[in-house]
Design a protein around this ligand. Structure first.
Ligand code: PLP
Length: 368
């Protein structure tokens, strides 16, 4: 038995779509890119979508479009993939890490306000595991102080918060289409916004800061990048997006199997979904009630062919962030989480038999 923690799903229609794009006159930034952007914006109910080369460049451009610059501060979560704050560091912006909640493992919105200073320009929540952060409450805090909310929703395409799709709430929302996310383009990402100014800035920055002048010549007006997505990737993304509801349904089904099989398992905490939210269920994280059980259980499951994982090493404790002096921050819930969490396999190709095997092994471990 070998069960991986994440796995993409490619079918015949995806392959057909990519082949068609490959035979078309355009290989990059053509009609397929526009088609994918329109479909994404429409799926999320947002005015504008800009697709880019990955979720990290999506963050980079969102931060630039928001006007973040050297010396600014941004409040964000330590329980995320490093890219969220790396792109802040790249701009000379200081990430200020806020502790997390112990139910959804998202940023604890009640602890944000006391971290705000005169230098704070934005709040960057992350939808950990595909579960929306308390984005409406965070927006309220931000509005009072004229801060922007930039949501790193990399794993949360398809998630819903109080009746609204993620992508349609924050000032700017970023997604990733890496192979382990809800839909994939191999590598890929997007930024969604309702703000026309942000949209225009994003288009410019994605392609070298070059635009056409009155005579139709290409002139560069901003320092930009080449963060474009290819037509092949856009065709794949468009094809995948047609199946997103099926993907999410299947992920919910797998979670249902887990919940049923853990009904009598008293040694672990299961992940929670707050009322009014639909999680995209990017990953399924359990926590051992006893810290001492964590590593032995993790190793036992690995020995038994179960691809358990850990998301995430708290950003502030990575050696690089350590060097920058971030390790001194006091984040008790983050540490509690770090010492107890295990990511179990969750993807669209898992079967009831797989989940039975995994939960049986967990039971065996605790009965030893
Ligand atoms: C996946 C992910 C990213 C990075 O996306 P890439 O497409 O791999 O660059 C950033 N933030 C979060 C929260 C992610 O899950």
């Amino acid at each position: 038995m070998k069960i991986s923690y994440g796995k993409h799903s490619i079918d015949k229609s995806d392959i057909k779509a990519v082949l068609e794009a490959l035979k078309s006159p355009y290989l990059t930034q053509g009609p397929k890119v526009l088609e994918f952007e329109k479909a994404l914006a429409s799926y999320c109910g947002v005015n504008y979508a800009v697709v880019v080369s990955n979720g990290t460049t999506a963050l980079h451009l969102a931060y630039l479009a928001a006007g973040l610059k050297k010396g600014d501060e941004v409040i964000t979560t330590p329980n995320t993939f490093v890219a969220t704050s790396n792109m802040l560091i790249a701009l000379g912006v200081k990430p200020v890490f806020c502790d997390i909640r112990l139910d959804t493992y998202n940023i604890d919105e009640s602890k944000i306000e006391k971290l705000i200073t005169k230098k704070t320009k934005a709040i960057v929540p992350v939808d950990f595991a595909g579960h929306p952060a308390e984005i409406e409450k965070i927006k309220k805090i931000a509005r009072k102080l004229k801060l922007l909310v930039i949501e790193d929703a990399a794993p949360a395409l398809g998630a819903i918060h109080h009746g609204r799709k993620i992508g349609n709430i924050a000032d700017l929302t970023t997604f990733s289409f890496h192979a382990v996310k809800t839909i994939t383009t191999g590598e890929g990402g997007a930024i969604l916004t309702n703000n026309r100014k942000f949209y225009e800035a994003l288009l410019l920055l994605r392609s070298h800061g070059i635009t056409k002048d009155k005579s139709g010549f290409n002139v560069m007006t901003e320092l930009g990048f080449n963060y474009r997505l290819t037509e092949l990737q856009a065709a794949l993304g468009f094809s995948q997006l047609k199946r997103i509801e099926k993907f999410i349904e299947k992920r919910h089904q797998v979670v249902g199997w887990y919940e049923k099989s853990f009904k009598n398992q008293k040694n672990i905490f299961l992940p929670e979904v707050l009322s009014g939210n639909r999680s995209a269920w990017h990953i399924y994280v359990i926590r051992t009630k006893n810290k001492k059980d964590r590593m032995p259980l993790y190793n036992f499951l690995r020995e038994n062919g179960i691809g358990v994982n850990f998301h995430y090493v708290p950003v502030h404790s990575h050696p690089y962030y350590h060097k920058l002096g971030f390790s001194k921050v006091n984040l008790p819930n983050t540490i509690e989480y770090k010492e107890t969490a295990i990511t179990l396999p969750l993807h669209v190709e898992l079967t009831p038999k797989d989940i039975k095997y995994i939960s049986q092994k967990i039971e065996d471990f605790f009965n030893k």
